[in-house]
Design a protein around this ligand. Structure first.
Ligand code: NAP
Ligand code: F7E
Length: 335
């Protein structure tokens, strides 16, 4: 029997790298979609990548794009995956206000291109859609669960809402095993540098080592339910192993402000953030999501999933990793 095959879009991103590690550890063959870029963009998965000609190499990277349906169709037809994880997206909420049309194209329509690709081939891979707590947006209900009404507050969230409903629709209309993981914010040392947690821990490490004096931020009062990405990819996999497809909220149940993240991170490094942080309206959003807090009881009961890493541990992990990285850079360059 051949090993299970997974196709992952967004493999070069934070979640793609953790999911690839998990699936390889479970014996899967992993096929990852990468975009052509003018510089290398595979640093998060380079440690996993073996020479494609090497016998037994179980991670393969293929050029494609969520904006290019023909590349996706060809991949599905030739790879014949058992599971498809759609993690690819223009995933930055603030940036989605600057490039709303492109965000809709990739984050929204990219999903329908994959779903149609599956339908046209007549294959029956299981399908995971990376849905987001941003769907809840301006809701007044707390905590949010699978029954909470959506109220998207950005082009990103509106594109994710379209993708969410198309995933449900293909499940109901065509009997596809398709599920939405409605994941609340999840972070790690591999988090993109422009998301607020990583922006803070990276700047903190530079400040501590005398390489930066100021950190410019937007709204410090926003509340998020921050978990650890390594825990959350396990939930993705579990959703894909059930007798029936369904949608699940994945969250820690705790909520903290950006200000509390600053307290925890700078406090851990023995610094007072008030001396370094400056407000910059550039980082405010035309419409903000003020408060998110998830209720993952359904995932706990049906999937047996629960988060292992708590808020303080997550902050420490990210600060330690950025401190180590900056130290290494300084030792390497002498600056
Ligand atoms: P990320 O680090 O920003 O990674 C996004 C990935 O999408 C990258 O691999 C990127 O490739 C790829 N991508 C972008 N445009 C693409 C296109 N046109 N065609 C194909 N691939 C494209 O995001 P993440 O944090 O890992 O999140 C993974 C998914 O979960 C995303 O869909 C995100 O919206 C969603 N989500 C994230 C969170 C969170 O807190 N992290 C929570 C809920 C949902 P390049 O490397 O080439 O740019
Ligand atoms: O912002 C505030 C900002 O960009 C968090 C994506 O993975 O999670 C992520 O979206 C909060 C917001 O994440 C800065 O206004 C203050 O209230 O880290 P973020 P996000 O917008 O919650 C969801 C679940 C996703 O699905 C998305 O893909 O922090 N904030 N000052 C700032 N945010 C940023 N980025 N930069 C600042 O300077």
């Amino acid at each position: 029997m051949r090993p299970k095959r997974a196709l992952i879009t967004g493999i070069t991103g934070q979640d793609g790298s953790f999911l690839t590690e998990l699936l390889l550890s479970k014996g899967y063959e992993v096929y990852g979609v990468i975009r052509r870029a003018s510089t290398f963009n595979t640093d998060r998965i380079d440690h996993l990548y073996a020479d494609p000609h090497e016998e037994g190499a179980r991670l393969r990277l293929i050029y494609g794009d969520l904006a290019d349906g023909s590349s996706l169709n060809k991949m599905i037809r030739t790879i014949e995956p058992d599971e498809i994880y759609n993690l690819g997206a223009q995933s930055h909420v603030r940036v989605s206000f600057d490039i709303p049309e492109y965000t809709a194209e990739v984050t929204g329509l990219g999903t329908i291109r994959l779903l149609e690709g599956i339908r046209e081939t007549g294959l029956t891979p299981r399908f995971y859609q990376a849905s987001s707590s941003e769907l809840f947006g301006n809701t007044t209900e707390a905590p949010q669960n699978e029954r909470t009404k959506f109220y998207p507050r950005s082009p990103y969230a509106a594109a994710k809402a379209y993708a969410y409903y198309m995933t449900v629709n293909y499940r109901e209309a065509y009997g596809l095993y398709a599920c939405n993981g409605i994941l609340f914010n999840h972070e790690s040392p591999r988090r993109g540098e422009t998301f607020v947690t990583r922006k803070i821990t990276r700047a903190l490490a530079n400040i501590k080592h005398g390489r930066q004096r100021e950190l410019f931020l937007g709204n410090l009062e926003a509340r998020r339910d921050w978990g650890y990405a390594g825990d959350y990819v396990e939930a993705m996999w579990l959703m894909m192993q059930q007798p029936e497809p369904d949608d699940y909220v994945i969250a820690t149940g705790e909520t903290h402000t950006v200000r509390e993240f600053l307290d925890e991170a700078f406090g851990y490094a023995g610094l007072d953030w008030h001396e370094f942080v400056k407000k910059d309206p550039h980082y405010l959003r035309p419409a903000e999501v003020d408060r998110l807090q998830g209720d993952a009881s359904k995932a706990r009961e049906r999937l047996g999933w629960k988060p292992r890493v708590g808020f303080k541990q997550l902050v420490k992990m990210m600060v330690d990793a950025d401190m180590a990285r900056v130290k290494q850079e300084i030792e390497g360059t002498g600056k």
